[in-house]
Every structure is written in structure tokens, then in C-alpha cells.
Design a protein around this ligand. Structure first.
Ligand SMILES: Nc1nc2c(ncn2[C@@H]2O[C@H](COP(=O)(O)OP(=O)(O)OP(=O)(O)O)[C@@H](O)[C@H]2O)c(=O)[nH]1
Ligand SMILES: [Mg+2]
Ligand SMILES: [Zn+2]
Length: 285
């Protein structure tokens, strides 16, 4: 459930045990992540030693967590301002890790309904479950709960988006620290420092996690398009089979972005992420 300075809190049938990891892990370069399924030797009633880590069905780097099957991509409409590139990167990183993304847009109380609806449509149009919520007013919290049911979920998004506020609203008795967004710099203050899992019901878990302001999308440039599901249909009509939708002749994706069939912000994010990956690839040789 959590890792704190060399200790791991291991949940087993309602009991949380504070465990150390067996010394050999370090030698083998094995790290234990929150979300890992482990075997342990019990010591007394609430301690133990982790003896092995079971194979992972997924692994995210940011936030660092294993075995989630849904990433709740949590971004505020404003305060901090919605950064579409970061939002799209977070979605893409989840898809690359083989994890289903869902989009949760917070602080709907601070924007007009039309703006909120327009932004939600971008992501629903891509096929992602998308919610606009106002945790402060208690609006949408139950929809998030339904969306999470049956999954191991993690919150992923920038500092100040309202992740911990939402976790507190979802988990009875939880009192995670929350932090105001600085007016001067328009950013959150990185209030949450650790990834931590909470149990919502028998088969539903939620991890709160620290916010971040940078994200590297790790995939080969020519593979990137596979993680933009909203490009697939148009992409079938590109003149070249290997078209990466940047500056090829007869690119149907670029045409679809120009005509509005594909959202401009999504195409712009793709081009930006592609350029960042290309730059890293060129520096490798
Ligand atoms: N107006 C409004 N403010 C909200 C809402 N939800 C959260 N906030 C505020 O947003 C600020 C940041 O909330 P946190 O929950 O600490 O944000 P976080 O995403 O956990 O941030 P980090 O832990 O730094 O990553 C706090 O001042 C909250 O009160 C909302 O629905 N509406
Ligand atoms: Mg937080
Ligand atoms: Zn193309």
C-alpha cells in the first residue's frame, strides 16, 4: 500500500503489516513498488519480511506504481490552467503502459458550463471515459466512484489539480493534506509526497500520488501514432502505410486535423510529443 524509508506496508486480508524487504532484492536490482503483489514471511501480528515480488501486469514510472488497470488523469479546468499537452502526454503514457486512461476534469465550479462541456467532448470523442467534477461542491464525486469500481486506480496529474481533495471525498475518514495553488506562479505546491493506496471496497483500490509538471513519453517515434486512438480511422486513408502524420504528402490525419474531424489540440500535442521523441532519438547516435 505504501513505501516509507525502506519499509513497505503490506495489506493482507484486512491487516496491514509493516515489512522490510529481503536483502537480496537490492543486489538483484529489484524494487518493490506500491501496488505490487508480494509474498512475505510474517513476524508477529503486524510485521513481516517481503520475500518475493510477483510478476507485474503493468508498471507506471510516473507515478511509480505497479498493477493498476486504470489511470485517472486528473487535471483542473483552471487553477492551475489546463495544459492540454501535459494532459495528452499523461493519457499517452498510460496507453503505452497498457493501462486504460479515464479523464477527470476538476474545479468545474470555476468555469462556465459551456467551456467544461466543450473540453469534455474532446476526450469523449477520443473514446475515453470523461467526467467534469466540482469536488468542493460535492458534484461528480459519485460518478468518479462508479468509474473506479472494480479497478486498481491511480490519480495522475499536476500539482494542485485536486487529487488529494478528491481522494478525501471518496474515502471515508481519509484526511490527506491538501495545498492551495500559488497565485503568483499559478502552480500547486507538491503537497503530496508519496504514492499511497487506499481500499474503497472489496475489489476497488485508489492510489493518490504526487503531482508532476514534466512527463517523458517513452516510445519509438514511429510507434507514437498507435497511442492516439482518435487518429486511427483517418490514418487508414493516409497515402503511405508508414505515415507518421507529420509532413508526409497525402496525410489524412493532418487533413482531418485541419478540417476539424480530429481536434486541433490533440494533433498539436501529437506533433509536440513526436518532436520531443525525435530529438531524444537523434541524440542517441
Ligand atoms: N474551486 C475548487 N477548488 C478545488 C476543488 N478541488 C480541489 N480544490 C482546491 O485545489 C487546491 C489543490 O488541491 P489538492 O487536492 O491539494 O491538489 P493535489 O492534486 O493533491 O496536489 P499535489 O498533492 O500537490 O499533487 C486546494 O486548495 C483545494 O481546495 C474544486 O472542485 N473546486
Ligand atoms: Mg495531493
Ligand atoms: Zn498520415
Amino acid at each position: 500500500m505504501r513505501a516509507i524509508s525502506g519499509f513497505f506496508d503490506v495489506y493482507d486480508e484486512g491487516v496491514v503489516r509493516r515489512c522490510r524487504a529481503r536483502g537480496v532484492f537490492k543486489k538483484q536490482g529489484v524494487t518493490v513498488l506500491v501496488g505490487d503483489l508480494v509474498e512475505y514471511d510474517p513476524i508477529g501480528t503486524n510485521e513481516g519480511v517481503v520475500t518475493s515480488v510477483l510478476p507485474r501486469r503493468s508498471e507506471l514510472i510516473r507515478p511509480p506504481i505497479a498493477n493498476v488497470n486504470q489511470v485517472l488523469v486528473v487535471f483542473a479546468f483552471v487553477t492551475p490552467d489546463l495544459n492540454f499537452l501535459m494532459l495528452d502526454k499523461t493519457i499517452t503514457a498510460a496507453l503505452i503502459a497498457g493501462v486504460r486512461p479515464a479523464v477527470v476534469l476538476t474545479k468545474a465550479d470555476l468555469v462556465d458550463a459551456q467551456t467544461a462541456a466543450r473540453i469534455c467532448e474532446i476526450y469523449r470523442g477520443c473514446g475515453f471515459a470523461t467526467l467534469a467534477i466540482a469536488t468542493k461542491l460535492g458534484e461528480g464525486v459519485e460518478s468518479v466512484r462508479s468509474l473506479m469500481r472494480g479497478s486498481l486506480n491511480v490519480f495522475s496529474g499536476p500539482s494542485g489539480a485536486g487529487k488529494s481533495t478528491l481522494a478525501n471525498a471518496l474515502v471515508p475518514g481519509l484526511e490527506l493534506q491538501m495545498g492551495a495553488v500559488s497565485e503568483k506562479i499559478g502552480r500547486g505546491k507538491q503537497t503530496t509526497r508519496h504514492v499511497e493506496l487506499f481500499k474503497l471496497d472489496e475489489d476497488t483500490w485508489l492510489a493518490d500520488a504526487p503531482g508532476f509538471s514534466q512527463l517523458q513519453v517513452n516510445v519509438e517515434s514511429r510507434e507514437l501514432k498507435r497511442f492516439f486512438p482518435d487518429f486511427t480511422e483517418a490514418g487508414a486513408a493516409c497515402a503511405y502505410r508508414g505515415c507518421v502524420h507529420i509532413d508526409e504528402d497525402g496525410c489524412a490525419v493532418k487533413a482531418a486535423a485541419a478540417s476539424g474531424t480530429i481536434q486541433t489540440s490533440r494533433y498539436d500535442s501529437y506533433v509536440q510529443i513526436y518532436a520531443e521523441i525525435r530529438e531524444r532519438e537523434e541524440n542517441m547516435y
